[in-house]
Design a protein around this ligand. Structure first.
Ligand SMILES: C[S@@+](CC[C@H](N)C(=O)[O-])C[C@H]1O[C@@H](n2cnc3c(N)ncnc32)[C@H](O)[C@@H]1O
Length: 318
């Protein structure tokens, strides 16, 4: 057929040609991400609407798998997304997806799913400076899809002897992943990709981004960041970001999410917050294990969609 309704925003009813069946996609990001926030996309959509931010811009300084950003763009909630991540592997993956799309998709289609290939891709990531963005980006993707929980320095799904109930190919549905990457690449003119330290990025970006922009900060977890990410923060780094954001450094409206620990709550005492559970395999499912803080004046929708809200501070505006 080649024609399908690709635009899912309620107030737009547009029929557009689509070379790939994106309407069948439930998720847009091709990366599995520890701490990925895809489940909050419905909440962010409601928040954009409540604050008259539809068709504005959306910034993620710690983009990782960029699940929310991509859903907002592909469902036409925002006109442009800015995704930034300081991690070379993550940046190289997004760079490859956007700039070397055909080459990346060809590699995904043809690569064997074996422990020998896993070792070869692991070797690329062990010496990233010896390789170009496509090689590093593809190795990142390969390990992300074949490792337990998508953790880059984690073990192979099914173990080295491949005797586990799930095997190395359990999360590597190549046609589906190629469809996601192709759908994203078609939007490349509306995606800005950078690789900067988040705080420097925010300081410079805040001067340029329009007022009608939402900035969503999802920094590395305070407690488990070291285990989960290639790049993580020390306590002082978390404090510097909080000082900038709570201290009024951003002209645009913002929200920040974290693991719900007292050290982080202490940094954001001036901001309203909700706590919630998102339930990752890489994390414990304790009550209210995450917390989100909001800029003054940002209207916060009453529930977080599929995510369980545990406590809402009384003075949240709805
Ligand atoms: C909690 S994850 C973000 C997950 C993302 N929101 C998602 O849904 O997939 C934190 C990210 O911050 C990145 N990061 C760590 N230190 C950074 C820094 N100084 N500047 C920018 N990004 C950084 C890590 O590489 C990681 O991808």
């Amino acid at each position: 057929m080649g024609w399908c309704a690709t635009i899912l925003r309620e107030d737009l009813a547009v029929i557009e040609p689509a070379p790939v069946p994106t309407h069948r996609l439930r998720h847009f990001t091709p990366l599995r991400y520890p701490g990925g926030k895809g489940k909050l996309a419905g909440f962010v959509k409601a928040l954009l609407k409540a604050n008259s931010l539809l068709d504005g811009e959306y910034v993620e300084p710690y983009a990782g798998g960029a699940a929310i950003a991509l859903e907002l763009l592909l469902h036409e909630y925002v006109s442009r997304i800015h995704i930034n991540d300081v991690s070379r592997p993550i940046h190289a993956f997004w760079k490859s997806a956007l700039s070397y799309t055909d080459e990346l998709c060809g590699l995904i289609r043809d690569v064997p799913l074996t422990t020998e290939e896993w070792d070869a891709q692991k070797a690329v990531l062990s010496h990233p400076d010896d390789h170009d963005d496509l090689a590093v980006g593809f190795a990142t993707f390969y390990l992300n899809r074949t490792n337990r929980s998508g953790i880059l320095n984690g073990g192979i799904i099914g173990g080295r002897d491949q005797t586990g109930p799930w095997k190395i190919d359990a999360r590597f549905n190549a046609p589906e992943l190629i469809t996601r990457i192709t759908a994203i690449a078609r939007m490349r003119s509306r995606i800005t990709l950078t690789r900067k330290d988040a705080l420097k990025y925010l300081k410079a970006g805040s001067q340029k981004w329009p007022d009608k922009t939402l900035v969503y900060l999802d920094p590395p977890y305070f407690v488990k960041g070291r285990e989960l990410y290639h790049d993580f923060y020390q306590p002082d780094d978390h404090a510097d970001v909080a000082k900038f954001v709570v201290g009024g450094g951003l002209r645009q409206r913002w929200m920040v999410s974290y693991d719900n620990v007292k050290e982080i709550r202490a940094l954001y005492t001036a901001a309203r917050h909700v706590t919630y559970d998102i339930g990752y395999s890489a994390r414990s499912a304790r009550t209210g294990s995450e917390v989100m803080f909001f800029a003054d004046g940002l209207k916060v929708p009453p529930d977080l969609g599929t995510v369980k809200t545990k406590s809402v501070q009384q003075n949240l505006e709805v």
